[in-house]
Design a protein. Structure first.
Length: 191
């Protein structure tokens, strides 16, 4: 049991940058170890007394092993109606929970990874010499002006057989439908 002085010291540490970093590392380590699923798996591997096993078996025999699934199938419409009604009545509570989730470490990581993906789209173009960079940006500018076109990589960046580069001589503007049809395939017409 902690006394008041120890509790205050702990709260001060938790509010400090060092404490926040320690908490972040602990959460990352917990998720890396498998999180809740791994903990439940470890808990399920603990030895169970014979009396507990017998009680679980009796209960499963009486109620059926998939009682939740069977109950859901039998009462699907009423369950979904209740869920829908609860969602309508508690919209503010749901929004608050979503806002809180975005503030958690996982929410920040999700947001950062999205921002990182957006930034990485042009990071290789930025490494090119100025003339090549302007040429590559020209393709993107053309596609911004003409909304029915998309920039396509002739040799896909992440193809199944071959991977290309994000350089001007590997870019082309294609209509959206054609680009969607091409996907990340590479047809070697020149060889």
């Amino acid at each position: 049991m902690l006394n008041e002085k120890q509790k205050e010291s702990r709260r001060k540490y938790d509010r400090s940058d060092k404490g926040k970093l320690a908490r972040f590392r602990a959460e990352v380590a917990y998720k890396a170890s498998g999180g809740r699923q791994a903990a439940e798996l470890r808990r399920s591997e603990l030895p169970i007394s014979d009396a507990r096993k017998a009680a679980k078996k009796r209960w499963a025999d009486v109620n059926g092993k998939n009682y939740r699934a069977e109950y859901y199938i039998a009462n699907k419409e009423s369950i979904n109606a209740k869920k829908s009604q609860w969602s309508k009545n508690n919209r503010e509570k749901i929004n608050a929970a979503c806002r809180a989730a975005r503030k958690t470490v996982a929410g920040r990581v999700r947001k950062l990874s999205y921002q990182e993906r957006r930034r990485s789209r042009h990071k290789y173009v930025d490494m090119l010499p100025a003339a090549y960079r302007e040429e590559a940006y020209g393709f993107y500018l053309f596609c911004q002006l003409f909304k029915s076109f998309e920039v396509d990589h002739i040799v896909p960046l992440n193809g199944k057989q071959v991977s290309g580069l994000h350089v001007p001589w590997n870019l082309q503007c294609l209509p959206r439908t054609e680009n969607a049809h091409k996907s990340n395939k590479f047809a070697d017409n020149g060889a």
